[in-house]
Design a protein around this ligand. Structure first.
Ligand code: CIS
Length: 283
């Protein structure tokens, strides 16, 4: 897949836990596409850079300013939410999650978003210049939204963060991190025997690890024939920004011979990895 212009969204996540009236914590993280670029930890005043290119094209002063804005915001946000909890009789513990970010398009266009979830359900978004309830938000939220919309200073700040700061940061990161984002890392694959699913049955496991980017195709095959009983696990993250996948097949012990695991990935340039089950390992 060469030459086609593609977009990489930049996403910031905020996770705020309110355990009781006195214990809270707020952490943040930011991702460019599949790569985590920043961490903003509860006890820390600074935004931590996780990549050599996490500074993007921001000056040290711009980072100072952004850190200051976020520092003030974290304590005000915590206080505001505790006040809302009293006003709306919400019981502890509860979780708030914010997801905010943007994606720059060719030209100068960009699109931004900010969504808030309460107990894991989307309840509020910032749209244009106002806070708005999500389509199925509970009615009690309207009082909070009314209060939030009275704070014009915050609305202007959020608007400028979303429409100026975010796209500028994202496009600088994209430029600085492009080669890492677009890199291709080949998977390694190996076979093993899983726990027996029953008498005279075998579980064949095909492990695929260390690949980047995430999309991958793995199937158990008999010759050229896909085995539709193949069970695919979740694609799990390794610690080094690569991915891992396990794919299994339950078969009668006598039918394992002749099976193979086939792996297709963009890094392999059409040269699929094919591993053959060694009948002699079946016990
Ligand atoms: C109990 C359930 C309640 C549910 C309610 C749902 C909540 C909805 C979410 C609410 C968000 C509220 C945000 C409000 C913040 C304000 O408290 C705060 C301070 O406001 C000021 C007022 O303007 O407070 C003063 C008193 O202290 C005064 O009241 C003042 O009013 S005045 O002037 O009338 O007297 N406002 C701000 O701090 C403004 C800045 C807001 C910034 C929002 C940012 C959201 C995004 C957070 C993402 C965090 C993850 C970061 C991860 C990594 C960082 C990498 C780079 C970041 C790039 C960011 C790009 C988006």
């Amino acid at each position: 897949q060469t030459g086609s212009p593609r977009n990489f969204p930049f996403r910031c996540l905020q996770i705020s836990s309110f355990a009781n009236t006195t214990w809270t914590r707020t952490d943040g993280l930011a991702w460019l596409w599949e790569l985590q670029t920043h961490a903003w930890r509860n006890g820390s005043d600074s935004i931590h850079f996780l990549k050599p290119w996490s500074r993007g094209n921001f000056s040290p002063q711009q980072w100072e300013d952004l850190q200051h804005i976020l520092g003030v915001y974290r304590s005000s946000f915590t206080r505001d939410i505790q006040e809302f909890a009293i006003m709306l009789s919400k019981v502890y513990p509860f979780e708030l999650q914010l997801s905010a970010g943007c994606e720059a398009y060719p030209g100068n266009a960009s699109e931004s978003f900010l969504h808030v979830a309460f107990q894991g359900t989307h309840v509020v978004s910032f749209q244009g210049t106002y806070w708005e309830p999500a389509p199925d938000a509970p009615l009690w939220l309207n009082r909070a939204i009314e209060e939030l919309n009275k704070d014009q200073g915050t609305r202007e700040m959020v608007q400028s963060l979303l429409s100026d700061t975010c796209p500028q940061l994202a496009s600088g990161l994209l430029e600085a991190g492009k080669s890492e984002l677009e890199q291709q890392v080949k998977p390694k694959a190996w076979l093993s025997q899983g726990p027996s699913p029953g008498s005279d049955r075998l579980q064949l496991e095909c492990h695929v690890s260390g690949f980047y980017p995430k999309p991958v195709w793995v199937m158990w095959m008999r010759g050229e024939q896909d085995q539709p009983e193949t069970q695919r696990g979740d694609v799990l993250p390794n610690a080094d920004d690569t991915w891992y996948l396990r794919v299994t097949l339950d078969v009668a012990a006598g039918e394992a011979a002749g099976l193979s695991c086939r792996v297709k990935h963009s890094s392999l340039g059409g040269q699929d990895i094919v591993l053959h089950w060694d009948g002699s390992r079946s016990s």
